[in-house]
Design a protein around this ligand. Structure first.
Ligand code: BLA
Length: 511
């Protein structure tokens, strides 16, 4: 039932993913005080990775453990974290030289050093791959083409079974909008996933750290020793790290999906988390730090190109809207009534705004073109808008049934509305309304998205099956784009000028 479900969802959002008290086993961690004088915590696998026993490491100074030269490097990294995100260091372990990637960062009043062993030669070929990708990118003019190419590239370079672009909607549900698969892998293309699969605090982590790499979700986590800081008993925040242990609920999620290795990289567009590059493999896949960095850079340049494509598409729409505004200039001096305006230009506006109907309501007059609600309903809609929308901003909904306007609108005629107030002085009653009819849709979810609560723990548990689950979505129109709101606002201000001028001229004639 509802309250129980809300409580379970809230519990999900409180899941302390940033302080798991453990790391993944493919590296080692050392936490020190801010002055780098004492070792405070180490990961329990220190001996197998660094060749130093845990008890010995905890009794050493960082300088003994790391050497002075390394400590200087850590200090440099801390001073300019964006410039020296990570460094390569080598250590003699049991008489042999071993290279590590060293990532250090501040965490509260501590300094954390994460070490990932590096084997093999430096991957200089990655530079060529990155340069080629940049060249290829500049040739992409459509979003879908670019995203498909990105998934194919990542799969080729990093060897996952399924590489996807996962796009968030405004409620943080998401769907797979592009995909590249190895032979035999199941497709999630077009599948939807509910917002609770990636709770808010987990999404938040992508603005601190763009990559989440889980090379082997089936491997046991390695605890920190001691579990919390001996000086103040606080938990160590690993948000900025790469080794952070995986939240148990997500381990179950991946296992239910048949996924062993999972890696995701944030796609930020215009400063907002737009989606994720999400990669799955059915067996462990340890990426070299250099490849991981290269993928991050490739995704980032892809994001720049996506912003460019978006800006171009927006410009085309604005241009189209401007053309239909230009035509209005010819009306100046004529002062047409709303009916005439709609008669002359309505069809064109419907095309530009991909609307099924439009209404111009000014004072006690209104006129419509295309498929629109009846006159009485329009009065109701305008009254509601006047009451609830007093500012000058455009308002839109692609599901009127969920708003106070549901009573006035039958989805078949009007499932979505874009309403723009006409900024006419002293007249709060004028509106330009665009309607969109229902776009019935069969939505395929990856498993039944209804939440299931574990009876024993009262907690939400991940779905056990991700098999396609169909939902028929009714009552929704195509979504309104922010560029459409902008263009409609511009059109409305032109109309306001025309209508106000008409009123003044009528007034003059009467005087
Ligand atoms: C984490 N869930 C994640 C992550 C993704 C998803 C991408 C980030 C870690 C990673 O890259 O693996 C979900 N992965 C997806 C989705 C797709 C995909 C949607 O590939 C689609 C293609 N999960 C649940 C429930 C809860 C939950 C019910 O299903 C909460 C109770 C939580 N998800 C959850 C948590 C994490 C997570 C806590 C963080 C795991 C971590 O980083 O340690």
């Amino acid at each position: 039932d509802e309250p129980e479900l809300d409580a379970a969802l809230e519990a999900c959002e409180r899941e302390p993913v940033h302080i798991p008290g453990a790391i993944q086993p493919h590296g080692a961690l050392i936490a020190m005080d801010e002055q780098l004088q004492e070792v405070r915590q180490v990961s329990a696998n220190l001996e197998s990775i660094l060749g130093v026993r845990v008890a010995d490491a905890l009794a050493m100074t960082p300088e003994r453990l790391f050497t002075r030269r390394w400590l200087d490097q850590i200090r440099t990294q801390l001073e300019s974290p964006n410039r020296y995100g990570a460094m390569i260091v080598s250590l003699r372990i049991r008489g042999r030289s071993q290279r590590f990637r060293l990532l250090s960062y501040r965490s509260g009043a501590r300094v954390v050093a994460e070490l990932e062993p590096i084997s093999g030669n430096p991957e200089r070929w990655l530079f060529g791959a990155m340069a080629d990708w940049q060249t290829e990118l500049s040739g992409h003019t459509t979003r879908d083409g670019l995203l498909r190419a990105l998934t194919a590239l990542v799969r080729e370079l990093a060897g996952y079974d399924r590489v996807m672009i996962y796009r968030f909607d405004e409620d943080w549900n998401g769907s797979v909008v592009a995909e590249s698969l190895s032979a035999g892998a199941d497709s999630y293309l077009g599948h939807h996933f509910p917002a609770s699969d990636i709770p808010a605090q987990v999404r938040q982590l992508y603005s601190i750290k763009h990559v989440r790499d889980i090379p082997d979700a089936s491997a046991a986590a390695v605890p920190l020793v001691p579990e919390s800081d001996p000086a103040d008993d606080s938990a160590l925040d690993l948000s900025r790290g790469i080794l952070r242990a995986v939240a148990p609920i997500h381990v179950t999620y991946l296992a239910n999906m048949g996924v062993v290795a999972s890696m995701s990289i944030a796609l930020h567009l215009d400063g907002r988390l737009w989606g994720l590059l999400a990669c799955h493999a059915a067996s462990p896949n340890i990426l070299s730090p250099a490849l991981r960095d290269a993928l991050r850079a490739m995704v980032q340049t892809a994001c720049f190109q996506l912003e460019l494509i978006q800006a171009r598409d927006d410009a085309v729409l604005i241009q189209r809207a401007n053309e239909s505004r230009d035509v209005l200039v010819d009306e100046r001096g004529e002062f047409p009534e709303p009916e005439e305006l709609l008669e002359r230009h309505g069809k064109d506006w419907l095309q530009v705004f991909r609307a099924s109907g439009a209404v111009l309501a000014a004072g006690d007059q209104s006129a419509g073109v295309g498929t629109v609600p009846d006159a009485e309903s329009i009065n109701g809609i305008v009254a509601w808008l006047n009451k609830h929308r007093t500012g000058e901003l455009a308002w839109s909904s692609s599901e009127l049934g969920r708003t106070g306007l549901g009573a006035f609108c039958q989805p078949a005629r009007a499932a979505g509305l874009l309403a723009v107030p006409l900024p006419i002085r002293n007249a709060r009653h004028a509106w330009l309304l665009f309607f969109r009819s229902e776009k019935a849709e069969t939505r395929i979810w990856a498993g039944n998205p209804e939440k299931t609560i574990d009876r024993q723990t009262g907690r939400l548990s991940p779905r056990e099956s991700f098999a396609s689950w169909k939902e028929t979505v009714r009552g929704q129109s195509a979504r309104w784009l922010s560029v459409e709101l902008r263009a409609a606002t511009d059109l409305a201000s032109d109309l306001a000028v025309l209508i106000a001028a008409g009123e003044i001229s009528q007034l003059n004639q009467r005087l």
